[in-house]
Design a protein around this ligand. Structure first.
Ligand code: 5GP
Length: 345
């Protein structure tokens, strides 16, 4: 990779819209939380699994390591604080962090949310951070309902930080259908919604998610007819123009895409549909947002102005308020003005 392009990707102010807290914890953060060396080695092993043997199950098992390391209010706080620092060092100027509230011995789900929020408030880095709270499709309806009740309570206390809800968790289990009413309730209470969609082949569920019209969808690996999806869903997406959170490396490591050259984002590019570039679980997948931008340039021939535009468009797709969006857009314009060398080549 050309080093001036690496510099461009690192220096470009970036917008991260799809990052799970626990999956984002790096090898540098885990030891600070007291995570044993053997666990860190297991965490790293995932990256070395040969392509044909990669699957979502392996990745979902790996989350347990990070969850063990963040099982107290103190470690959740430290993890969040250090994670924000890492994103800021990568010149991410706006971060939407998402996480699933958890009850652990000595830490309630409410303590968990409070610890994440305290870290966001205490963070001294030049980065704007918002929180998306996740419902896990593997959990029972009762657990998801309790989780949403808690999220709504905390949202009323921290409306400037808690901006949305997400549906995540192992897509092989559970269904959007059973939890749809909770997302409707969230929406009616001023929460934005983003839904993991099409990580496994399931056109019926994808259709139901699109019909719900969340503000954004995540991944969308199997939505287009060339990727085991169907034309009705693709036409619906084209009509609705829901922004898609693309996570290139994540899809390779989880085995939903075999090689970057075959990534479904190419259909979004062809049809000029809105998308953002994201890391998903940068700790587990050993990536950074700068690296994702470099990969996008390498495999999909994006130019510097194209990547700048992706950052700019992601601001519009974010859950920031109108004033925050203006501030972020000004930052990006200002950066372009000062770094014209990248645009004049
Ligand atoms: P946490 O919510 O504990 O901060 O982050 C880890 C959790 O995020 C995982 O247990 C899983 O529920 C969710 N997650 C992380 N990456 C993915 C992904 O690629 N797909 C889906 N569906 N869920 C994910």
């Amino acid at each position: 990779m050309d080093s001036s392009f690496e510099d461009f990707c690192l220096s470009l102010p970036k917008i991260e819209l799809h990052a799970h807290l626990n999956g984002s914890l790096s090898d540098k953060i885990l030891p600070l939380l007291g995570c044993p060396y053997s666990d860190i080695c297991n965490y790293q092993k995932l990256r070395n699994i040969p392509i044909g043997q990669r699957n979502l199950e392996n990745v979902f098992k790996t989350f347990a390591i990070a969850h063990k390391a963040t099982s107290s209010s103190q470690t959740v706080y430290l993890a969040t604080l250090n994670l924000i620092k890492e994103f800021a060092a990568d010149n991410v100027i706006y971060l939407e962090l998402r996480t699933t509230p958890r009850n652990e011995e000595g830490m309630s789900a409410e303590n968990y949310i409070e610890s994440v929020i305290k870290a966001i408030q205490d963070s001294t880095n030049r980065i704007l951070v918002k929180l998306i709270l996740s419902l896990n499709r593997q959990h029972s309806l009762e657990e998801c309902t309790n989780n949403l009740n808690l999220i709504l309570k905390k949202q009323s206390e921290y409306p400037d930080i808690i901006k949305g809800i997400d549906l995540s968790g192992n897509p092989i289990h559970g269904s959007f259908h059973d939890l749809k009413h909770l997302f409707e309730r969230g929406r009616n209470n001023n929460l934005f919604t983003t839904i993991h969609c099409g990580e496994v082949v399931n056109s019926k569920e994808i259709h139901e998610i699109l019909e719900f019209r969340p503000e954004r969808i995540g991944h969308a690996c199997y939505l287009h007819p060339n990727y085991n999806g169907c034309i009705q869903n693709w036409n619906l997406l084209k009509e609705l123009r829901l922004p898609t959170e693309i996570c290139l490396t994540s899809n390779i490591v989880t085995g939903t895409v075999d090689i970057y050259e075959n990534h479904h984002v190419q259909e979004w590019i062809k049809d000029n549909l809105p998308f953002s570039l994201n890391t998903d679980d940068k700790g587990i997948f050993n990536t950074s947002l700068s690296q994702e931008f470099q990969i996008a340039k390498k495999f999909f021939k994006f130019s510097a102005p194209d990547l700048w535009k992706i950052s700019m468009n992601s601001i519009e797709d974010s859950f920031a308020n109108a004033e925050e969006k203006i501030y972020l857009k000004m930052k990006l314009e200002d950066w372009k003005f000062k770094n014209y060398k990248f645009f004049s080549q």
